[in-house]
Design a protein around this ligand. Structure first.
Ligand code: SF4
Length: 399
């Protein structure tokens, strides 16, 4: 498996290194995030996206349609992972068609998408359609967003009955997984100030009640994508009443505590049998350890390849370096480049944005970016293989 993936990504990794050193034009990204909609029925305490179309209903009409999406995909090289995000991705009735187009043009190894589980029937229907229509060697991973148990979950996500619907969604998807082994069921906690103390309880519940392929944790952070941060005046004015700091990110000391818990959890999960999941957990282990150093130390530990190995397309066609910088560092809009990804990717503005990343002015614990930054760092990658082959030990593994 590792050899197969290695052959797919290695030539591109070499080019990323050369691009970082200024010796080659940046090749297209291997990890491509695509927010297909900003619509969302949740009212999460750590995110303001759900307010967006209530305040600015006219902006909803500007979301890329299927025809425009295909034009962009057609001009892109194959990706390793397509992350379809939102908003709530399952609110787009054409999610299955988007996945089919992605398989045709982007040839992903993995398509990943989260869900807030508020529409179990819709999630079931679209997932079934996707599993019937995508190639069997494409892994489709769905992450159920889980931030607490019972009422605590409902309170954080702002919708009564959400937890019951999450359980319902899990049961429906677990049945589909039996028929389609390339469906992977994940759950993920966004660790914020609201649930810092509940991680153990959530983990115990999940282990007892669910059979997941991966149980993931992401640290809540301030991201312009989630409209939960103070940005420059222009953006503040454009999204007045929506963009604003929600103070969700745990402090450095809280990070240390929570990372200890997360590492214990990953070590347990490394005992699972599915090889793909084991590799993901090895990557996560390295990620958590580094995220702790970054957040406590307040600076990057390895170079960031945002805008080279990864990029993020928003629902309105804006191409971002990453979803932390988001609108603040937009590389361009595909609509201004006749939906030609390659032209946008090699535009003057895109190169300017890459200079910003290289200047080391920002740091973050962004999990999606972190994976390829890990793979592109020989030291960090060695740790991943060590954990993959020899396990993660008893908690005393070296940093
Ligand atoms: S370190 Fe990289 S991924 Fe993080 S905010 Fe900066 S550019 Fe984005």
């Amino acid at each position: 498996m590792i050899l197969k993936y290695g052959l797919k990504v290695f030539p591109r990794l070499v080019k990323y290194k050369l691009a970082m050193w200024g010796l080659a034009r940046p090749p297209h990204p291997l990890f491509f995030n695509f927010s297909i909609t900003n619509k969302c029925q949740s009212k999460c305490t750590m995110c303001n996206i759900w307010k967006l179309y209530k305040e600015f209903p006219e902006k909803e009409k500007k979301e890329l349609n299927l025809h425009e999406i295909e034009k962009v995909f057609k001009t892109m090289d194959p990706v390793f992972q397509l992350s379809i995000c939102g908003g709530e991705p399952f609110l787009r009735e054409d999610l299955d068609k988007i996945c089919v187009l992605a398989c045709k043009h982007l040839k992903p190894t993995v398509i990943h998408t989260p869900t807030n589980c508020l529409s179990p029937e819709k999630v079931e229907k679209l997932t079934l359609s996707i599993m019937r229509r995508i190639p069997k060697d494409v892994k489709f991973t769905i992450k159920l967003s889980l931030d607490g148990i019972g009422e605590k979950h409902d309170k954080i996500r702002g919708v009564e009955g959400n937890f019951d619907k999450l359980v319902d969604t899990y049961k429906r998807l677990a049945k589909i997984r039996v028929l389609h082994p390339n469906l992977y069921l994940d759950a993920g906690v966004t660790v914020s100030m609201s649930n810092l103390g509940d991680i153990k309880e959530i983990t115990e519940y999940v282990e007892k009640e669910f059979r997941l392929d991966n149980f993931l944790h992401e640290i809540a952070d301030t991201r312009a994508e989630l409209f939960n941060v103070d940005t420059d005046k222009e953006l503040q004015d454009e999204f007045e009443g929506v963009m604003g700091d929600l103070h969700v990110t745990p402090t450095g000391n809280d990070y240390e505590k929570v990372i200890g818990l997360l590492l214990d959890d990953v070590r347990e999960q490394m005992k699972v049998n599915r090889k793909f999941s084991r590799f993901v957990q090895a990557l996560r282990l390295v990620y958590y350890k580094r995220a702790e150093k970054v957040m406590v130390g307040g600076k990057r530990v390895v170079p960031c390849y945002a805008g080279i190995s990864n990029s993020h397309l928003n629902p309105w066609g804006g191409m971002w370096l990453c979803n932390v910088q988001a609108f603040q560092k937009e590389m361009g809009n595909v609509r201004d480049f006749a939906f030609d990804f390659d032209k946008l990717w090699h535009s003057e503005r895109a190169n300017e944005m890459r200079k910003f990343v290289k200047s080391n002015q920002c740091h973050c614990p962004l999990v999606g970016q972190s994976f390829l930054d890990t793979v592109l760092s020989p030291k960090e990658l060695t740790k991943v293989f060590y954990y993959y082959f020899f396990g993660a030990g008893n908690g005393k593994s070296s940093n």
